[in-house]
Design a protein around this ligand. Structure first.
Ligand code: AMP
Length: 398
């Protein structure tokens, strides 16, 4: 069977899925984590046989991690000799990468160089790429970038209003992220509505642990809430999203926070974690249900920001066919969807409560039949999107 191995590698862990391309089924998946710590762990699942393998062992680096994964496939299956490509998720492709690419030494070096823009993400991706190339030297490796879909943003949306020369010299601009998910969901929403993607105007909310919203005009990304890094925009699990940049100067002067302290504050100790002490949305919901005023206020802040972007993008697009929710919170939480879209009947937006609260899986409509704007839930599948792109690039290169 022809398969693609999809790898999402961070600095101390990586996740993988083996996807059979004929059926687009996940036939194995796993996680290697705590790389570089005294004891690491691998969790491998053969989804064809049901065999699961978990082990704790030292995993000093990504190379040992990929070797451990390779051995897990050998011992616990499934057999993966039909591997046609390894697809790597790469967070930052800068302005260089507008499409998936075959990874050569030059491409790997360029992804590494883009670490200046994504110091939390790209170094881990490059370590994963090099280790995977070592484990699978005879298979093409393809990089799929989270930024690529947003390369169609016009300058008005991507340029920050700061000194032009300084910004250009340091590659400072909006890039946007979650592009693989937004593109996949845009295509799936168009299909659901029976429209050609090139005819779709939509606002897509990817609400997971990281969260972003994209304005799609004629199938293309024309604005998105994340910026030069994934820090800008919506309230996230641990990230602040939008904030007045002068807050940083103030905290530096008055609270003595240095660059590292400010980076940690906004990326790791803000968002839901900063507001409530937990970054998991389900826990915030339970805390609010149990009477926590901080949790209830956090949900209000999340919703306020969601509606802020809904309004902005609704006006920028002028005509909106669909508002789409995806990822962990977007797919599973009826309350957030209902509150984001409440009271907008005059704009053609109307949620049907029973449809919204249905636990049905798959792409589905949550708006009422007479609403002019379709409100949809469309499950995302970034791994499948990466596998498809890797497979088609490899087929085109043959
Ligand atoms: P993701 O990054 O897409 O995996 O999404 C993770 C986020 O989705 C976490 O904040 C979870 O708490 C949230 N999530 C997952 N399932 C649910 C659910 N049933 N209701 C509310 N939030 C959920």
């Amino acid at each position: 069977m022809s398969t693609v191995l999809v790898v999402n590698s961070g600095s101390s862990s990586f996740k993988y899925q083996l996807i059979e391309m004929a059926t687009e089924r996940v036939v194995a998946k796993g996680l290697v984590e705590r790389i570089g710590e005294p004891v690491g762990v691998i969790k491998h699942q053969n989804l064809l046989s049901g065999v699961e393998y978990d082990e704790e062992l030292p995993i000093p680096d990504h190379a040992v991690g990929f070797d451990t994964m390779f051995q897990a496939f050998r011992h616990y299956g499934p057999e993966h000799s039909g591997l046609i490509a390894v697809g790597h998720r790469v967070v930052h492709g800068g302005a260089t990468f507008v499409d998936p690419v075959l990874i050569t030494d030059e491409v790997a070096a360029e992804i590494e160089a883009l670490s200046v823009l994504a110091p939390l993400h790209n170094p881990g991706a490059v370590q994963g790429i090099r280790a995977a190339q070592h484990a699978y030297p005879d298979v093409p490796h393809v990089a799929v970038f989270d930024t690529a879909y947003h390369q169609t943003l016009p300058p008005a949306a991507y340029r920050y209003a700061i000194d032009r020369e300084l910004a250009d010299a340091h590659q400072v601009r909006r890039y946007g992220f979650h592009g693989t998910s937004h593109a996949f969901v845009a295509a799936a929403a168009a299909e659901f509505l029976g429209k050609d993607l090139s005819e779709l105007n939509a606002i897509i909310f990817h609400l997971g642990n990281g969260a972003s919203v994209t304005a799609v005009r004629a199938g293309k990304s024309v604005d998105t809430s994340m910026g030069m890094t994934p820090l800008q925009g919506l309230v996230m699990g641990t990230r602040s999203g939008d904030i007045d940049p002068a807050v940083l100067f103030h905290l530096h002067r008055e609270a003595g926070l240095d660059v590292v302290g400010l980076d940690t504050l906004l990326n790791k100790r803000s968002g839901l974690v900063g507001l409530t002490g937990t970054g998991d949305f389900r826990d915030v919901l339970s805390a609010a249900a149990e009477g926590s005023a901080n949790a209830a206020e956090a949900i209000d802040i999340v919703v306020h920001r969601l509606r802020h972007y809904l309004g902005a993008y609704f006006f920028q697009l002028e005509r909106v066919d669909a508002i789409v929710f995806t990822a962990g919170v977007g797919e599973n939480n009826a309350l957030i969807r209902a509150r984001t879209l409440a009271g907008l009947e005059r704009l053609g937006i109307e949620v049907d409560p029973a449809r919204n609260e249905s636990s049905e899986r798959g792409a589905r409509r949550i708006s009422s039949d007479n609403a002019e704007v379709a409100a949809l839930v469309v499950p995302t599948n970034e791994e499948l999107a990466i596998a498809r792109q890797a497979a088609s690039l490899v087929a085109a290169a043959d």
